[in-house]
Design a protein around this ligand. Structure first.
Ligand code: PGA
Length: 254
């Protein structure tokens, strides 16, 4: 059975004291939910990774980064490497988020290098893929996602089997308009098929694939009951500890 995962993407929000307040509010709720079959990962800005990691010590909640660079060290002003992230206690890293692809010029080649460096550096990549509204309207969604996966995972060694994929249609991110759960299921089943094509049946079967895009406590269940959907990557709704805890509750025992 695949594990269920809810991952929080805080984007460019929160400072150190806000992160501490968040943990103080979230942990008692999370302990009360006792969702032993669910993993929680919080991905804050780099500047508060250490604060968050320290505040979460002793809990089962893990931390991840929102991006990384593929070299280990060197003259790369402004960048952060995999060893720096593991040094802060990170276990995961988001790679290829659509805001980085579309607003910050990240290319498929960059994403491929980052995935390889994350795995080599003992981080579990959360690879984001998803089509724009125009691509969906032009019936190109499946082709676009297939190409993103082909590029991102080109010559990637997944012997460690440590990959998470997040399907995040660009038009559903931060808009309040989530994808229909049937459409999300169809695309996520398709992604599983691509993992089989690119790798093997075992990897297709064990890789957690999340849905992301305007997930909140009120719609989480619609997605998690679907056969191939293993959880969610949550932006805005993860900023509130009570709402994020309710998302965890919705995932429990499904
Ligand atoms: P959203 O963001 O939940 O605010 O739509 C999701 C994401 O960007 O990962």
């Amino acid at each position: 059975m695949r594990k269920k995962i809810i991952a929080a993407n805080w984007k460019m929000h929160k400072n150190r004291s806000e992160a501490q307040d968040y943990v103080n509010a979230f942990l008692p709720l999370w302990h009360e939910i006792k969702a032993a079959d669910t993993e929680v990962i919080i991905c804050p800005p780099f500047t508060i990774l250490h604060t968050l990691q320290t505040a979460l010590q002793g809990s089962t909640v893990m931390t991840g980064a929102q991006d990384m660079y593929w070299e280990k060290h060197g003259a790369f002003t402004g960048e952060i490497s995999a060893p720096m992230l593991t040094d802060c206690g990170c276990s995961h890293v988001i790679v290829g988020h659509s805001e980085r692809r579309h607003l910050l010029g990240e290319t498929d080649d960059h994403i491929n290098l980052k995935i390889k460096a994350a795995l080599a550096g003992s981080l579990i990549p959360i690879l984001c893929v998803g089509e724009t509204l125009e691509e969906r309207q032009n019936d190109q969604a499946f082709q676009v996602v297939q190409e993103q996966l082909d590029h991102a995972l080109f010559e990637v060694d997944l012997a460690t089997r440590n990959l998470i994929v997040a399907y995040e249609p660009v038009w559903a991110i931060g808009t309040g308009v989530n994808a229909g759960s049937e459409d999300a299921q169809d695309m996520i089943a398709f992604i599983r098929g691509q993992l089989f094509r690119q790798f093997n049946q075992e990897l297709a079967d064990i890789t957690p694939i999340l849905y992301g895009g305007s997930v909140k406590a009120a719609n989480m269940r619609e997605f998690i009951v679907k056969k191939d959907i293993d959880g969610a990557l949550v932006g805005s709704a993860s900023l509130d500890p009570g709402e994020f805890a309710e998302i965890a509750r919705a995932v429990k025992n499904v």
